[in-house]
Ligand binder design. Structure first.
Ligand SMILES: [Zn+2]
Length: 177
């Protein structure tokens, strides 16, 4: 499985399922991964995915939100878990044309732009079921990304740069250091 730095564990699981020609739910069941563990960023799910994909667990963890009680963690950033989630899935269309996966950072509140492409994030799809929502390998082929409908590139603000640095750091409070 080709690594996609910053990809979330659920997105990686979706790509693994697709590579094995099985639906995501069936793949998780057969591999002994609980969907709730996967979506909460639990170590047990990440370690299993690391073993299956050959991608180091620390790398998977760096792109995955972790929920602990009322808190959500991403890198060194902590915020109330109720601020994350919802039916909408956002992403950078330029990134998706290069790598067909969802980056965990796109699901954070405050993140409105891809710093690499200076492209405001767009809503990719809206799905009620939480697992299906992250099943990027099933949804991406149906997505039409036409250049003329994309938001114009803009500069990344100083605050945004600071936030991205912080979110991409894994300190003692964050993920598997
Ligand atoms: Zn991008």
């Amino acid at each position: 499985m080709s690594p996609n730095p910053g990809e979330s564990a659920a997105s990686l699981a979706s790509r693994l399922a697709r590579a094995n020609y099985v639906p995501l739910r069936e793949f998780l069941r057969d591999m002994g991964i609980k969907p709730s563990d996967l979506l909460a960023g639990e170590d047990v799910a990440l370690q299993r995915l690391a073993a299956l994909s050959g991608i180091p667990v620390a790398e998977i963890g760096a792109g995955t939100l972790r929920f602990q009680g009322d808190d959500a963690w991403f890198g060194d950033v902590r915020f109330p878990s109720r601020m994350v989630g919802g039916r909408l899935v956002r992403g950078c269309p330029d990134c998706l044309q290069i790598q067909p996966g969802l980056l965990g950072i796109w699901s954070l509140p405050f993140v409105m732009i891809c710093p690499e492409h200076r492209r405001p994030l767009i809503t990719l799809w809206a799905v009620q079921d939480e697992l299906d929502r992250h099943d990027v390998a099933s949804r991406l082929p149906e997505l039409e990304l036409r250049d003329e409908t994309l938001p114009a590139q803009r500069d990344v603000s100083e605050f945004e740069r600071w936030f991205f640095r912080k979110a991409q750091r894994t300190g003692e409070q964050g993920r598997l250091a």
